[in-house]
Design a protein around this ligand. Sequence first.
Ligand SMILES: Nc1nc2c(c(=O)[nH]1)N[C@H]1C(S)=C(S)[C@@H](COP(=O)(O)OP(=O)(O)OC[C@H]3O[C@@H](n4cnc5c(N)ncnc54)[C@H](O)[C@@H]3O)O[C@H]1N2
Ligand code: MOO
Length: 410
Amino acid sequence: MGSEVIAVPTSPGTDAHASPHAAVPRVEAGMSWHRAHRLAGTLPHPLAAERVPLARAHGHTLAEPATSAALLPGTDTAAMDGYAISGRAPWRVVGRTLAGQPAHVPLAPGTAVEIATGAPVPPGADAVLPVERCHVDGDTVTPSETGPGRTHIRYAGEDLTPGRLLAPAGTRVTATLAGLAAHAGLDELTVHRSPRVRLAATGDEIIGSGVPAAGQVRDALTPLLTALLTGTGGTLAGAVHVPDRADLLAAELASADWDVTAVTGSSSVGRADHLHSVLTRAGARWHVDGVACRPGHPQALAELPGGRWVVGLPGNPYAALVGAVTLLRPLLDALQGRAPREPLRLPVTGKAEPYDGGTRLVPVHLADGRATVVPGSRPASLLSAATADALAVIPSGWAQGDAADLLPVQ
Ligand SMILES: Nc1nc2c(c(=O)[nH]1)N[C@H]1C(S)=C(S)[C@@H](COP(=O)(O)OP(=O)(O)OC[C@H]3O[C@@H](n4cnc5c(N)ncnc54)[C@H](O)[C@@H]3O)O[C@H]1N2
Ligand code: MOO
């Protein structure tokens, strides 16, 4: 994915080296990981509802319950290829009905029609006899087996009736739900508008393509976050690289015509880390300002005047992934009217060092009903996490084999 680059200054901007240590109103410093995660998933109001055609509904979240418009099947329908029969054998074959054709005229006792799966069963039919259970001799049919069997008729409305609930509000539209909605006669669904998410990768050293020269770093986070946000039902509203200048970051946040800006880097306390001062000067309301977890403690969640959200993620790529599943994904879920996800919980084995001051997040593989730590994860490297199925949320008192919550990583 290409990304736009905000003008790189030829000389240092006036506030390029302004101290970011200016007084910043802090919310609860080092908030617990669980509280930060819960806040992100419960604070936002869902975005407005809109009607979308079924072909575009996949991945969106229902803003209203989806209910059937159709009776399904619409009429008594053959469930097998064979003969619709009436009364006792033998039956005289009086016609043929294929799917899509109207039902045959009512059947009199002692008669049958050859019928295809999905074709309407004629009034008066008692059952459909599968062709492999029939003996056919000219225009006469007799059963080749005796004994009670199923009728092999799908009765009108046995699957759906008009008004029947297909899925409640808050359900994410899966491939299956899109299929069901079409089967139920719907052309559109009412879903929450997809959150438009802007990605702003800060750092003078960041480059957008190719192999970095000494002193440069290839932007790992725009591809990672693009995949994560679109997989969560968000829409990428452009990705920009912002040099380490407070005025450029402020301009980027002010220009925002999106619901969420995810800023990577610039979240810590270094001279080039401007996110705090910029947000504070912009009159942002802080909800999360630092999380008691490792890695990824310099995370932020704030609301700009006008209700736009800013998620601050650390620049170190694995730490940023931790921040994205801690704050960004739950925020996007909530903006789409989805309840917080119930984490999978399994015993975790392998080498993980609990963090005394809070929570440690480690990449794990899932197999055989347990999670196994992928060794070697470091804040600045995605190598261990890249093949992981989930991040395990390891509490401070964790010991080998104890269960932990698991957050899937796509
Ligand atoms: N004095 C302190 N220094 C630091 C602390 C601290 O508590 N006190 N925290 C450290 C931790 S932990 C992290 S994480 C980082 C967070 O730093 P920033 O969010 O301000 O990010 P940067 O300084 O811009 O970059 C950090 C690191 O990540 C690389 N980076 C940045 N963006 C990307 C990207 N898009 N793709 C790949 N790599 C990226 C950047 O080159 C730096 O190496 O602060 C510590 N310092
Ligand atoms: O917490 Mo940092 O986010 O370790 O890399």
